[in-house]
Structures are given as C-alpha cells and as structure tokens.
Design a protein around this ligand. Structure first.
Ligand SMILES: [Zn+2]
Ligand SMILES: [Zn+2]
Length: 387
C-alpha cells in the first residue's frame, strides 16, 4: 500500500512555500484572481485538465484515472477575510486590511499538494478526481456559484471530500465526525411598525421600541420552550435600530439576527414560531410586524459510511489515539452544498494548539507542519474510494 503520509511529508517545503506566498497576498471573496492563476498554472504544469472562471474566480482540475469509475470532488477554499493582520510574521499580509485569518491559504496549498501526489498516482485510479478550488467560502456563496457553473456534472460527482484546519486543535490530530457536523446558518430581518408621536403623549402612539423589545424577549422562548432540549438551536439578535430623538416615540424599529440549526425539522419549527411570535406580539400591542428569513448555508452533514471509512484510513496512518469523532461545531461552511449534492466527509485537521490565536483573529496563525497529514488523508481517501 502507498505510504501517502511519507509522500506528503516529502513535499512539506513546497507546501510551506505555497502557503506563505498565498498568505502574503490574500484576496477577498470573488477576487481571488492571483491565487487562482497560480493554482491553474500549477495544475496545468502537472498535466491536469484545468478550467478557470468556475463560480467567477474558482478553478477546477480534473484528474482522469486510467479506468472509468466514480468521481470524487475535493473542495479547497481560497478566500481571505477583511481583517488587518497583526501577527508580525515575516510573511505577513502585503494587502492592507486583508488577511488569511481562517487558514484557507493552507487549504489551497494542501490542494496543490494533493494535485501533485494524485497526478503521480493517476494510473492507479479507477474513476476521476475533481479538485475544486473554491472562491468566497466566507459567507458569500462560492460553493453555490461553482455548482451553478456546472461543477457537479461532466463527469457527475459521486463523492465529496474536504477539510478545514483548526488553529487551536493540536497538530497531528484529526476530528472526523458523522452526521451533522456544522450548523445551518440563517439570517433574518424583523420590521416593526407602530405610530410615532410625542414622548410626553404616549397614549396617542403605538411605541415601536416597546413592541420590538417584547419581540426580543418573546423570541428567547423558542429555544427554551419550543425546541426539544436534545436538539441544538441558536437564535441571536445582532442589531436593534429604532428612534431618532429623546422626546419622540419611534414609529418603526428594525431587528436583525441569525439562527443556527443542525436539523431541518428544527429549522422549520424555528421559522414558524418566529413568524407567529413577531406578528402576534405586534398585533397584541396595536402595531404590526413581519420577519424575513434567508438561509445562507445549509447544515453540513457527513455521510456515516464514508466518514467511518475515512476514519479507518486515518487510524492506519496515525493511530486511533489521535483521532476524535467529536467534530460538531456551530460555525457554518458552504462545503455543506457539496455534501448535500454528493455524500462525503469533511474533517478537521488539527494545526496548532491552545497557544495559537483563534480563527478570524488578527493574530491568527497555524502550525504548517500539520499540512502533510491533510494532504495524505485526502489522497488515501481518494485512493480507497477510487480503486
Ligand atoms: Zn472562516
Ligand atoms: Zn474557513
């Protein structure tokens, strides 16, 4: 059997070079043109059939195995964040106000490493590998944009694989869970309409501040009183805007917030209860209100069979003691869109420890020595499912 970890360790210097280059020149959502150009040039140099402009700035490499078979899609996100870097690293961001603070520079480097190793093993593959270098993971629909541009077809994708490195999880460890692993993210807006008037004559008004305040309180009962406590739901109000002066009763108010769920039925329940509470609370106080909810990302769900298999390959590679199934977390990732389209496994690559800053922090960094394990496990998974 091929020792993919050994092969991946051999290209560690390349992985670090690529990662630091991307780190120095981070690009925001749908602006990843430099990154995409470097990726596309490298894939082409490996003889991989490469398509650019998929989902605006995405790149797709297609490795065709020697014999026909299923197609695995591997997702690597490329976008950075609007954050001013404060790490002081000698390879720190050269682009003011833009930083790779989520590790997507590492993911892109891992993708190039996977491309190198899998193209070396092309003749052993039964089926195809689609390397999806995705733009705009950070909340702006890069996965959907690639899907709209047809990435799931020609050839049709049967399996999804992906990873996310994690700065505060010890290097050399993996989290490989099954079932829902990342939450669905909804955003909502609530509008409230009352009747404005003089602050000294409240009986002539319908106070939008009072209505909106009651709505904020009533919404807290959804998680505490409507949701089965075996399920997990988060409902947070992020903004509350009303009023213009100290002696005027506000005519309107606007609230916004987010909902996080793992289960479609619970998500539906929350949507229904929100509408009931918002409309009826306003009505009870003599005003009117409505809510508009948009799902940004569905929950990411790992296929149990695929994930068990990936875990087994990981155990062979690094031993059971460094692998946990405890992967469930509340952020979202639009790899969920690919996992919904084709079953698969998205795992967490430990790349640091408690001494590292968290993701989306100006001091974020991770341990580059963790990169080969990510490359190796993706390659071993492809080799297993395409044999
Ligand atoms: Zn992020
Ligand atoms: Zn991320």
């Amino acid at each position: 059997m091929t020792d993919f970890l050994q092969e991946a360790n051999r290209i560690l210097p390349d992985l670090i070079l690529w990662r630091r280059d991307f780190h120095q020149f981070p690009e925001l959502r749908f602006e990843e043109t430099r990154t995409a150009r470097i990726v596309a040039q490298y894939l082409t140099s490996l003889g991989i059939q490469t398509q650019t402009g998929v989902g605006k700035t995405g790149v797709v490499g297609l490795i065709t195995g020697k014999k026909p078979g299923p197609t695995a899609l591997l997702r690597f996100d490329m976008d950075a964040l609007p954050i001013q870097e404060e790490t002081g690293l000698d390879y720190q961001s050269q682009n003011p106000g833009v930083m790779h603070a989520c590790g997507h520079d590492g993911h892109t480097a891992i993708g190039m490493g996977v491309a190198k190793i899998l193209s070396d093993h092309r003749d052993e593959l039964v089926g195809n590998v689609k390397l999806a270098f995705q733009p705009a993971e950070e909340g702006t629909g890069g996965a959907l944009a690639m899907i709209e541009d047809g990435i799931l077809e020609n050839p049709k994708v049967d399996l999804t694989l992906g990873l996310h490195l994690q700065s505060q999880t010890p290097s050399g460890t993996l989290l490989i869970g099954e079932g829902p692993i990342l939450a669905a993210a909804d955003k909502f807006k609530i509008w409230v309409k009352g009747k404005g008037g003089h602050g000294a004559l409240p009986h002539e008004t319908v106070d939008a501040v009072v209505i909106a305040s009651q709505i904020v309180n009533m919404l807290q009962t959804i998680v505490s009183r409507n949701v089965n406590q075996m399920g997990t739901v988060i409902l947070s109000i992020g903004s509350f805007h009303a009023g213009s002066a100290f002696n005027i009763i506000a005519e309107t108010a606007e609230l916004s917030g987010t909902i996080r769920t793992y289960d479609k039925d619970l998500q539906k329940l929350v949507h229904r209860r929100m509408a009931e509470i918002v409309e009826n609370t306003a009505k009870a106080l003599g005003g009117s209100a409505g809510v508009d909810i948009k799902t940004i990302v569905p929950a990411a769900v790992n296929d149990p069979a695929v994930s068990a298999q990936v875990r087994e390959l990981a155990v062979e590679m690094i031993g059971a003691g460094r692998i946990s199934t405890d992967q469930r977390d509340t952020p979202s990732d639009d790899i969920a869109e690919f996992l919904q389209a084709a079953p698969g496994c998205h795992f967490i690559l430990g790349a640091g420890g408690p001494e590292y800053a968290p993701h989306h922090n100006p001091k974020f960094n991770f341990d580059e020595n963790a990169l080969p394990l990510g490359v190796a496990l993706l390659c071993a998974s492809v080799a297993h499912f395409l044999k």
